[in-house]
Write a protein that binds this ligand. Sequence first.
Ligand SMILES: *Cc1c(COP(=O)(O)O)cnc(C)c1O
Ligand code: SF4
Length: 367
Amino acid sequence: MFMQTHDDMAVVTTKEALQRYLSLKEDEIAFHENWNCSLPLKIPTYFLSLINPEDPDDPLRRQVVPTRYEQIPESKGTIDPLEEVRYSVTERLIHRYKNRVAFLTTDICPMYCRHCFRRRFTGTFQGPASEEQVNEAATYVANHKEILEILFTGGDVLTLSDTRLESMIQAFRSKRPDLVIRICSRIPASYPMRITDSLITMLKQFSSAPFYLMCQFNHPRELTQQAIVAVDRFVEAGIPAMNQTVLLRGVNDDADVLVELCNRLVSHRIKPYYLFQGDLVEGTAHFRVPIQKGLLLEEQLRQRLSGLAMPVYAIDLPAGGGKVPLGRSYLLGKDEQGAWMFQNAEGVIRTYPDPISEEQSDQEHLE
Ligand SMILES: *Cc1c(COP(=O)(O)O)cnc(C)c1O
Ligand code: SF4
């Protein structure tokens, strides 16, 4: 839409380079004067070309151009609110839920999102997991048969070369052919040209269990033709695509924007899976939406979207409390007769009695 000519492969990593694309605002310049932020600046020119340079509050710009608000110390924010370090069972494997694990494949991303919740790790120049770290994690998963799914996350797993990714998959699947692998990547939105036929051909060799693609599209304008083609390649190869949106102030905290995003995702065979409340990560306070507003949005979405298009609004609780769904309750409680009372989306009350046991039913029949 705002296409300037750009080199597909180019990435902007300095203030000076960024200023060739955008005229920076005061808050954006101030970030560079007081560098105390661990998350580097990195924006592919592809993504920059989607930003409207005329709009200082462009929702795509807000996600990638750093501001001084990231540097404001916050008493309630922490660097690891999900306590992923505490739940780590090997150097890069997080075992928080009994039947699934998250593996930090690399800390690198093609684009650093300013709202990133894994700032303790993302962009810290540690690089891809070593062979030893991969084998250690694979052995753990092999010894814990209760683990059914692994999330390949990071950073962005699709920054790995095809060869490295192939050997990583091989390491896990050779020990656990049944292991479901979730490829968690923002690359379809940030750098879709990475999704090549050879990547897909490589993945297709591993047919003993499914892959799922977990994308992160936060705004409908990220769903470009290139992004759609990238996701299509997975779906055509039998890899279902899901989307996890982060609810972000000034980006998508608006019912119309979310409705458009979710409907367009569905029309391109991407299932809206989660809508995440922002985690209490230091440096991201300016992105957080009050829960009251989030609940209101959830209620509006529930009315305007099909069940298929509706994501689950969820919060990952601080102090490692885990994910819980958020939403208004349609269940009010029980009435005097002991029947469940509901209030539907239009505000109408209906009751639903529980089934009575067979003995009770016989008795009623005899009376
Ligand atoms: C979110 C998360 C998962 C996956 O949870 P789902 O609700 O199944 O999507 C697994 N492990 C960790 C550490 C997570 O944060
Ligand atoms: S792509 Fe994911 S891991 Fe990377 S910066 Fe964005 S949110 Fe963080």
